[in-house]
Design a protein around this ligand. Structure first.
Ligand code: SIN
Length: 297
């Protein structure tokens, strides 16, 4: 399909493309929507510049791709709970929200399709977001490693980030007062997902583990799992699998949470950054054998 309504300009070899020619404050025609969806599937993260959207318009755009998710631990805007403000004030210290390599809320049974992040207020420099292509992470492994991982599942949980112990959030909360983020015993619940997931739209396999939420491989202890998880998490963010997005006020990033990880860089101390995030519900991750089972049914 040749694009008739948008222009797609890749920003890196691995993933990421800027989309030109669309005003997201206006409703999308079906053809433009289909072109944007194709660019999303092909580039894993797409960016728009110079947009001016209200929370309602933000929700209208994201809503074309699926139902909204409400973050279980971080509070949304009072009038629009589906819009999560991601804020670091100039006098906040310590960590920032999303400031490590991760995929969002993979402890859900149905982790998100993706998120649409809109820049309200950006630092003069710093505060870029990085993304890493998890198709490339999988495809560049050895055949032996792929064969082993293809059949494995992993246990995910929010406990390390949102648990009631000395977790990332308790440390984060001490430094960042501008967001309402809670901890809770419900963070200890676990969910199993395939380590390698098949993305139905592309037919490609993506590595699906991350440092924030993957605790261990199913049937393995944490001590047994840690070295391999550590290796895979380092491998997954090799520089040649990444792109880096420099924000301006009015920029939007829409990432595919199924096959890309992201990391909000925390290098702008003393400056304010405010983003609004809308997250779209996804499907239960498909394991490699699931497509054969679906075809046989
Ligand atoms: C997030 O992980 O949702 C935050 C991304 C960002 O602030 O760049």
């Amino acid at each position: 399909m040749t694009n008739r309504n948008i222009k797609v300009s890749p920003i890196a070899g691995a993933l990421g493309a800027e989309i030109h020619g669309v005003d997201l404050a206006k409703p999308l025609g079906n053809e433009t929507f289909a072109e944007i969806r194709k660019a999303f599937d092909e580039n894993l993260v797409i960016f728009f510049r110079d947009q001016k959207i209200t929370p309602e318009q933000h929700l209208a755009f994201a809503g074309r791709f699926g139902a909204f998710d409400i973050h279980p631990f971080a509070a949304g805007l009072p009038d629009h709970p589906e819009v999560l403000p991601v804020i670091k004030e100039a006098d906040d210290s310590g960590s920032n929200f999303g400031g490590l390599w991760h995929s969002d809320v993979t402890f859900y049974e149905r982790p998100p399709l993706g998120s649409v992040l809109y820049a309200h207020d950006v630092p003069a420099y710093g505060g870029d977001t990085m993304f890493a292509n998890q198709y490339l992470a999988y495809e560049s492994l050895s055949d032996g490693m792929k064969r082993m991982l293809d059949g494995m599942t992993a246990v995910h949980s929010a406990t390390r980030v949102y648990g009631n112990t000395d977790t990332a959030v308790t440390k984060f909360g001490a430094g960042v007062k501008s967001m309402t983020v809670r901890t809770g015993d419900d963070a200890d619940e676990t969910m199993e997902h395939p380590v390698v997931r098949l993305i139905p739209e592309t037919g490609r396999k993506a590595l699906f583990i991350n440092r924030s939420y993957t605790l261990r491989f199913s049937g393995w202890t944490e001590a047994e799992s840690d070295p391999l998880i550590d290796y895979l998490c380092k491998h997954a963010i090799r520089p040649e699998f990444t792109c880096r997005f420099r924000w301006q006020k009015g920029s939007i990033a829409f990432w595919d949470n199924r096959c890309a990880q992201h990391n909000a860089l925390n290098d702008y101390h003393g400056q304010r950054r405010e983003m609004h995030r809308v997250t779209i519900v996804g499907e239960r991750p498909m394991a490699i054998g699931d497509s054969d089972r679906a075809a046989a049914a």
